[in-house]
Design a protein around this ligand. Structure first.
Ligand SMILES: C[S@@+](CC[C@H](N)C(=O)[O-])C[C@H]1O[C@@H](n2cnc3c(N)ncnc32)[C@H](O)[C@@H]1O
Length: 85
């Protein structure tokens, strides 16, 4: 994921909406499957650095990207695969 806290700059208001939906979806996903007899693996094919600066209509905001959102989801995933060019 690049440097330890390397920042990226991308997106806009829609990015915050997307990341919010992602967090809610992942929580619903791991909750629904938490008692199933298999391991949950999160695969992010465009993972980024896990931290990004977003130019929103109300100014620049620094937020967690999809990788960090996935890492803190509760119930947690069992394994993570982060792919980044
Ligand atoms: C919008 S950014 C990060 C998105 C991240 N999933 C998030 O929501 O925080 C998209 C990322 O995809 C990476 N990327 C673009 N093409 C790629 C490729 N072919 N393979 C892997 N990563 C790629 C870019 O370097 C960039 O970090």
């Amino acid at each position: 994921m690049g440097g330890a806290m390397e920042q990226q700059r991308f997106g806009g208001d829609w990015t915050l909406i997307k990341l919010g939906i992602l967090g809610e979806y992942l929580r619903a996903f791991t909750t629904a499957l938490k008692n199933q007899p298999f391991r949950l693996v999160y695969i992010d094919a465009f993972a980024g650095t896990g931290r990004c600066k977003v130019n929103t209509s109300s100014g620049e905001r620094e937020v967690d990207g999809s990788a960090r959102i996935a890492l803190r989801v509760n119930p947690p995933f069992d394994q993570f695969v982060f792919i980044e060019e």
